[in-house]
Design a protein around this ligand. Sequence first.
Ligand SMILES: [Zn+2]
Length: 66
Amino acid sequence: MRHANTELGHYSAENTANDLGIVICKFCSQIIATLPTNGYKKFYIVCDHEQCVSSNETQGGNENEC
Ligand SMILES: [Zn+2]
């Protein structure tokens, strides 16, 4: 069954239709979170995995953004 009216603020765990922004680890590509954004966006971060953290340090932390 599908409800035609999906009100904002009434969030269900499975309703990710508006979460077009995804936060992914740039090393293991794991999706860490989704964000409700206007349009499809990707945010690259480093997750908590030790392997990814050490990889980030090895690369010198290439995270300078304007
Ligand atoms: Zn990772």
